[in-house]
Design a protein around this ligand. Structure first.
Ligand code: BV8
Length: 251
């Protein structure tokens, strides 16, 4: 077996082949191989001295909207240079092999770019803007060079359409994710440290609901000791290996 190959447990393959519902939860680790730093990675350059968990909050935006806006602009520019990697593409392929619901904590949009349909964006999407007063999606005028720009309707500061710490998960996303987790015969946690809630809680909900739960992560996550299968590998290697193994078995 090639050294970058990953061995997929037969029991996991059998469970995937028999599954009526497969639910996948992805985290920043899936985008790491596209060059998008994870939340665990030290921030880079100008942002090295800031803690993402401090910046991704309504309080930070209230205190210094320009700083927070500039942080998101830096992340948007970084993500704009990123391409989906083999892990993203394998999850898109998996949709044709299994009845799959993909729930992502990532805000980078790379799953959609890779061709995944119906992605549940649990923490929103960094590419969309929202009026901070009316809470509606808006497109600021390209001529508005203020940071942050003003809402084209009411001129309140515009913010990224993401879920900040201390904010509720969008109702539709939460309901869809909970329902897909309760019904899951197989639940895959990929590239997540399982430290941010309520996303991380989906893993225990899947376990409690009797799903076969597997994790793909080079390092064990906070849920690692509770899952049935822990594949200590990168998503970009393990997910294509999983799709190949399913196809070889005639899935
Ligand atoms: C809420 C969008 C209530 C913004 C993000 C219960 C217990 C403890 C705390 C809480 C709790 N309930 C609520 C909380 C508080 C808080 C929380 O969880 N705090 C934690 C940190 C202590 N949660 C919240 O505030 C949530 N809101 O609960 O509101 C409420 C209810 C009603 C009404 C009002 C309020 C909201 C949380 C959402 C925060 N927003 N993102 C933005 O992006 O700017 S979270 C953000 O961080 C990401 O989206 C992501 O979810 C998270 C980082 O986690 P991961 O994705 O796992 O990434 P991480 O870097 O941690 O790990 C990467 C992993 O990848 C590592 O394990 C690594 O080993 C692995 N890896 C690396 N390379 C690879 C790889 N894996 C595979 N392949 C590779 N190649």
């Amino acid at each position: 077996m090639a050294d970058d190959e990953v061995s997929i447990p037969d029991a996991l393959l059998e469970a995937l082949r028999a599954a009526r519902q497969v639910t996948v939860l992805t985290g920043a680790g899936v985008s790491a191989e596209s060059g998008v730093p994870t939340f665990r990675d030290a921030q880079q350059g100008l942002w090295a001295r800031y803690d993402p968990q401090q910046l991704a909050t309504p309080e930070a935006f209230e205190a210094d909207p320009t700083l927070v806006w500039q942080w998101y602009r830096w992340r948007r520019e970084l993500i704009a240079r990123a391409e989906p990697n083999p892990g993203h593409r394998a999850l898109a392929d998996l949709e044709s092999l299994c009845p799959l619901t993909l729930v992502t904590q990532n805000v980078d949009g790379l799953h959609r770019d890779a061709g995944s349909a119906g992605v549940v964006e649990f923490h929103g999407n960094i590419h969309r803007d929202r009026c901070s007063r009316e809470d509606v999606i808006v497109e600021p005028s390209p001529d508005d060079d203020r940071e942050p720009p003003g809402c084209p309707r009411c001129d309140a500061p515009v913010r990224p359409d993401v879920v900040w710490f201390g904010e509720a998960i969008p109702g539709d996303a939460l309901r869809t994710a909970l329902e897909a987790t309760e019904r899951a015969d197989v639940f895959l946690a990929v590239g997540t440290s399982a430290t941010v809630h309520p996303a991380a809680g989906l893993i225990d909900r899947a376990l409690d609901a009797g799903a076969v739960v597997a994790e793909i992560n080079p390092e064990a996550s906070a849920a690692g000791s509770r899952v049935h299968h822990a594949l200590a590998a990168g998503a970009g290697t393990a997910l294509p290996a999983l799709v190949r193994a399913l196809r070889q078995g005639g899935c």
